[in-house]
Design a protein around this ligand. Structure first.
Ligand code: PMP
Length: 461
C-alpha cells in the first residue's frame, strides 16, 4: 500500500470514511454505526482487509473480475499505455490504436451482426447510450412515436437516469430514477411467481407477459424490449429454458428493437462468451462492461448491430459521448484481459470443467434445511433461503432480514456472498480452481449452518 495513505487502524479508516465518503447503494446511518470493511489487497480469488483477514471473493469484485485479482500483465499493459499516451479523447474524428484494436476484437467475438461499438466508462453509461440510440434510431426511421421501452421488474441496468428507469427496481424509481414511456413487465422468476406451474409452463407464461404488454401498448408505440439474459442484481434469476425461445417467437417479425444487457452475463460468465450465445439470442443492441476489463479499469460499451448502425450512420451527428469513451488506459486493460482469457481458455473452462464442478456442489446445498432452491448457470448462482421446506410456499416475514444476517455471517466466515432479499448470490472469478471451489462450498455450508443456528436462537425458525 502507498505509505502516504497508510493509517494506523481499521477504525481510523472507518472514521474518515464515514465522515467524507458517500458510498453507492448504502444506508449511511447504518454504515456509520457499523463501519466499512477496508480492503487492501487481492490475488486470484482472494482478498485481504486491513487487519489481514482473508476472504474468498465469491462476487468477483462486483461480477467483474473474470481473471481474478492482481494479474501483473494487466498492470504492465496499463503502465505501458500510460507512459505512451495516458489520455486522449475519441471525439471529433480522432481515434487511437487501442480503441481500434478493441473495437475490432469485440466485433469479431460478439454475436453475429453486432459489428460496431460505442464505448462508455461503465454499464450505466452504456444503458443510457442504449436509451439515446433507440430513440435516435426510431426518429431517423421516421417513427418518432415509437417511444415506449419495455423492461422488467427486478431488472438492473444501472444508476444513471435512463438506465434506472429501464431497470425495474422500485426504490430507484421513487428516488428520481424514472422516466415517462418506460413500461415494466414481471420477470421470469419461477421460484417467486411460478405458483403451481412447472418451470416449463411458467417460462412460456412469463414470455406471454411481453406479448400482452406489446398488444396493450400497441406495437406502433413500442421502441424496444430490454432484458438481462439472466437477471443478476435482481437475484440471479435464471429463466426457465422455455422463456427465451418463446420471447424470440414473440419478437420475430415485430418492429421492436431487442436489447440484451450483457454487463454481467458477458465475457464467459455463463460458459459462453456471451449469454446471447448460450440462449441463441440476436440482440440489436448489447450493453457490455465489467468482465470486458475484469474490472481492472472502468470501461463499458454498447455493441450495435449493422441494422441500427447503418441507420445512425445516415443520421447526421449523434449528440452523445463521454470524455472517457475508449479511454486509452482502459482499452489497454481490456485488451490485456481478453488476451489472458483467450490464452488461458477461461471461457471454455467454465463450460467444460469448473462450471459443472461448482454447479454440482452448489446444487447439493439445496438439501440444506434453510435452502428452498439452489440454482446456477455457468459460474453465477443463487440460494433462496426459506423458513420451511419444501421451499416455495413460505417466506420469511421481514424480507431481507435473513439475507442480510446470512451475508454478514458469510463475511465473518471469510466468504463474500451478496444478499438479495432473502437469497444469497455468488459469481466468483472464472479462474477459480477446484480446490478453491471446495473451499467456497464448505464456507457456504458453514454459513448456512451458522445462519440456521442464529435463526433458531432468535426463534425465527
Ligand atoms: N447492467 C447490468 C446488467 C448490471 O448488472 C450493471 C451493474 N451491476 C449495470 C448495467 C451498470 O453497470 P455500472 O455499475 O458499471 O454502471
Amino acid at each position: 500500500m502507498l505509505e502516504t495513505l497508510r493509517r494506523q487502524s481499521t477504525a481510523d479508516y472507518q472514521r474518515a470514511d464515514a465522515a467524507h465518503h458517500l458510498h453507492p447503494f448504502t444506508d449511511y446511518k447504518s454504515l456509520k454505526a457499523e463501519g466499512s470493511r477496508v480492503m487492501v489487497r487481492g490475488e486470484g480469488v482472494w482478498l485481504w482487509d486491513f487487519d489481514g483477514k482473508k476472504y474468498l471473493d465469491g462476487m468477483a469484485g462486483l461480477w467483474c473480475s473474470q481473471i481474478g485479482h492482481g494479474r501483473r500483465e494487466i498492470a504492465d499493459a496499463v503502465h505501458r499505455q500510460m507512459c505512451e499516451l495516458e489520455f486522449y479523447n475519441t471525439f471529433f474524428k480522432t481515434t487511437h490504436p487501442g480503441a481500434v484494436e478493441l473495437a475490432e476484437q469485440l466485433a469479431m467475438m460478439t454475436p453475429e451482426g453486432l459489428n460496431h461499438v460505442f464505448f462508455t466508462g461503465s454499464g450505466s453509461e452504456a444503458n443510457d447510450t442504449v436509451y439515446r440510440l433507440v430513440r435516435h434510431y426510431w426518429a431517423l426511421m421516421g417513427r418518432p412515436e415509437k417511444k415506449v421501452i419495455i423492461g422488467r421488474r427486478l431488472g438492473y441496468h444501472g444508476s444513471t437516469v435512463a438506465a434506472s428507469a429501464m431497470g425495474g427496481m422500485g426504490g430507484m424509481h421513487t428516488q428520481g430514477g424514472m422516466l415517462p414511456d418506460v413500461h415494466h413487465i414481471e420477470p421470469p422468476y419461477w421460484f417467486d411467481l411460478g405458483g403451481d406451474m412447472s418451470k416449463e409452463e411458467f417460462g412460456k407464461k412469463a414470455a406471454i407477459w411481453l406479448a400482452e404488454a406489446i398488444a396493450e401498448i400497441g406495437e406502433e408505440n413500442v421502441a424496444a424490449f430490454i432484458a438481462e439474459p439472466i437477471q443478476g442484481a435482481g437475484g440471479v434469476i435464471i429463466p426457465p429454458d422455455t422463456y427465451w425461445p418463446e420471447v424470440k417467437k414473440i419478437l420475430a417479425g415485430k418492429d421492436i428493437l431487442f436489447v440484451a444487457d450483457e454487463v454481467i452475463s458477458g465475457f464467459g460468465r455463463t460458459g459462453e462468451w456471451f449469454a446471447s450465445d448460450h440462449y441463441g439470442l440476436k440482440p440489436d443492441l448489447m450493453p457490455i462492461a465489467k468482465g470486458l476489463s475484469s474490472g481492472y479499469l472502468p470501461i463499458g460499451g454498447v455493441m450495435v448491430s449493422d441494422k441500427v448502425a447503418d441507420v445512425v450512420a445516415e443520421g447526421g451527428e449523434f449528440f452523445h459521448g463521454f470524455t472517457y469513451s475508449a479511454h486509452p488506459a482502459s482499452c489497454a486493460a481490456a485488451l490485456a484481459n481478453l488476451k489472458i482469457m483467450r490464452e488461458e481458455r477461461v471461457v471454455e473452462r467454465v463450460k467444460e470443467d469448473i462450471g459443472p464442478y461448482l454447479q454440482e456442489r452448489w446444487r447439493a446445498l439445496g438439501e440444506h434445511p434453510l435452502v428452498g432452491e439452489a440454482r446456477m448457470l455457468g459460474l453465477v448462482g443463487a440460494l433462496e433461503l426459506v423458513p420451511a421446506k419444501p421451499g416455495r410456499s413460505e417466506r420469511f416475514a421481514n424480507t431481507g432480514e435473513v439475507g442480510t444476517l446470512c451475508r454478514d455471517i458469510s463475511f465473518g466466515n471469510g466468504l463474500i456472498m451478496r444478499a438479495v432479499r432473502d437469497g444469497m448470490i455468488i459469481a466468483p472469478p472464472l479462474v477459480i480452481s477446484h480446490d478453491e471451489v471446495d473451499q467456497l462450498v464448505a464456507l457456504a455450508r458453514k454459513t448456512l449452518d451458522d445462519t440456521l443456528a442464529e435463526l433458531r436462537r432468535r426463534g425465527l425458525m
